[in-house]
Ligand binder design. Structure first.
Ligand SMILES: CC(C)(COP(=O)(O)OP(=O)(O)OC[C@H]1O[C@@H](n2cnc3c(N)ncnc32)[C@H](O)[C@@H]1OP(=O)(O)O)[C@@H](O)C(=O)NCCC(=O)NCCS
Length: 122
């Protein structure tokens, strides 16, 4: 899998239970997926169509670094399906632990927001 982005859990990202607020993690996943989809489609104009189940397996605490990895599951005509994994980095022993994962679908769109075929630009 490819590293897309790294985030740090800040005090302002915390919910009522002293853990990272789930909605912040969803935004991080959406952003990382959008970055990967844009790169795959060679176009900034991609839009989130779908996010599958997200299971928050482990809590994330303030100061922890979260690395978001992704891989392409399927290329369609106008859509790309991605598998995304958020991993907590242990800076001491260099290990990583998956805290949540999901699948997402992004669609390449034209300026009017209508689906258009993905260009191949590798
Ligand atoms: C994304 C959007 C442009 C797609 O328009 P649409 O008319 O529904 O598109 P289509 O039915 O032609 O499908 C487009 C692609 O999505 C795929 N798709 C549609 N429904 C799907 C589903 N439930 N699961 C997986 N893929 C799906 C289609 O197979 C197609 O892919 P392909 O061309 O690779 O085969 C439109 O739904 C939209 O604007 N949604 C809002 C997006 C948005 O605002 N996102 C931000 C978060 S709120």
């Amino acid at each position: 899998m490819k590293l897309i982005s790294t985030k740090i859990c800040k005090t302002g990202d915390i919910g009522v239970n002293d853990n990272l607020f789930g909605g912040i993690m969803l935004a991080w996943l959406d952003e990382a997926g959008g970055i990967m989809a844009a790169n795959v489609c060679c176009d900034h104009n991609v839009i989130t169509l779908k996010m599958d189940e997200v299971l928050f397996k482990h809590p994330v605490k303030v100061k922890e670094q979260i690395r978001i990895y992704g891989k392409v599951e399927k290329m369609g005509k106008t859509s790309v399906s991605l598998y995304l994994e958020a991993r907590r980095a242990n800076l001491k022993d260099k290990s990583e632990e998956v805290v949540c994962s999901t699948e997402m679908v992004f669609v390449r769109v034209d300026p009017a927001g209508k689906p258009v075929p993905i260009k191949v630009c590798l």
